[in-house]
Design a protein around this ligand. Sequence first.
Ligand code: AMP
Ligand code: MG
Length: 494
Amino acid sequence: MLQSFTASKWMTESTFQLENTYCNLPEVFFSKLSPTPVSSPELLVFNEKLADEIGLEPSMFSTEERTQLLSGSLVPGGIEPFAQAYAGHQFGNFTMLGDGRALMLGEHLTPSGQRLDLQFKGSGRTPYSRGGDGRAALGPMLREYLISEAMHGLGIPTTRSLAVVATGETVYRENELPGAILTRIAGSHIRVGTFEFASLHEDKTITQALLDYLIDRHFPSLNYKENKPLALLEAAMEQQAGLVTHWMRVGFIHGVMNTDNMALSGETIDYGPCAFMDIFAPDTVFSSIDHKGRYAYANQPYVARWNLARLAESLLPLMDDKKEKAIEMAEEALNAFEDIYKSKWLSMMGSKLGLLVTRKEDEKLVIELLDWMHQQRADYTSTFRDLSKPELPMESAYTTESFQAWHVRWQNRLQEEKQGWDSSVTLMDSVNPAVIPRNHKVEEALQAGEEGDLIPLHNLLKALENPYQDGDHLIPYQSPPEASEKVYQTFCGT
Ligand code: AMP
Ligand code: MG
């Protein structure tokens, strides 16, 4: 197919323009190279809606052009792809990393002026590949597409997915698998690990350049702060506390919160062994490689704080020339994380219970319900959604004395709200999803997709588009799994 394709006038004259301001950073941060072409690319999924939203005007791409472009087989003139260098703490251990199987095509400017990275995942080896093949398997790329779009539907900051192209080539993991390339769209790909990488150089100007770039791109108001590295740390704390609060709201478990997977755009990034919790249990872990539960559901805020401490360490030399003074400033800032997170979490949990304004004492009401759910092995999503129904379903768990007693306390608390029951219901239904990508449904859709049937994937994507709006089309996706359908483990698939 590659040989028979003739690039159109559009391609050769390159009306498709991307910028790469990232390459104005010192050269240590990137390596320019082209994607490795693939033998017989086939465009499997294309996100027309997203393309439209960000002004990519896909109508001017023929299917063949799109396929060639999104498989990395043809790079339009004027575009200079590059791989990014970074490092990171993986499960607590420091490692040199970098885009080993990803490549930045460039930055697209949306009609509203937003700068977005277009990145391939699975596009071939790079100088940072180490022993890896630089490729990705179809299942995990469809998984990233599905979950990232679901997160977007849920109103959670996330990287997006533009397309999945099957490469027509085999990748070798434990088994032989079909290869694929995902096109990821992101606010940027600057990670905590990018700062860790910068700080390894015995040259403060390297980290300074990255900090200035990040601030210009994502935190322009911090340009007026006296101590920019400290202000950035504080802003990242707010941002990440907010992001993890969203995850906790919908029962999302990232699964690999390594510092290289924490993006300073504030977006959820890298959908590997991530999963949504069905039964409420704080220690839930799905990832097959997370043996000690480091990234369990309830640990996520603590890990976010730990990762932010790594960011702070990287910024110390810029905070103050005197190391002790810098450490003192960073520690003081980081010590506020617990309160920042707790306050966001409590107001989020309050909103799940229909409370417009949450008071400190409401924490008890929240914890009592969560404890009850834990004991009863109640479904996290269904329970919260049930609470706003005119009548609770006739499930035996709701008839227990312990639940009834809690329900009375909750109703009494709601009586103290000024806005009335209807407003509480509206609030609850805007934060408690009616549908989430349940693992058994995700696996079902991915398995079909790997076997060439993309209909289950498209149906699931459709159901997840408006997850707060109940409807009959959601019914097949709302029930928790039967015992035989339960998914106990998820895999990175790298
Ligand atoms: P991830 O688990 O996707 O966050 O990746 C961790 C690191 O491993 C990153 O530096 C990736 O670029 C690299 N990596 C993952 N899979 C591959 C692969 N198949 N080939 C080369 N590098 C890879
Ligand atoms: Mg990663």
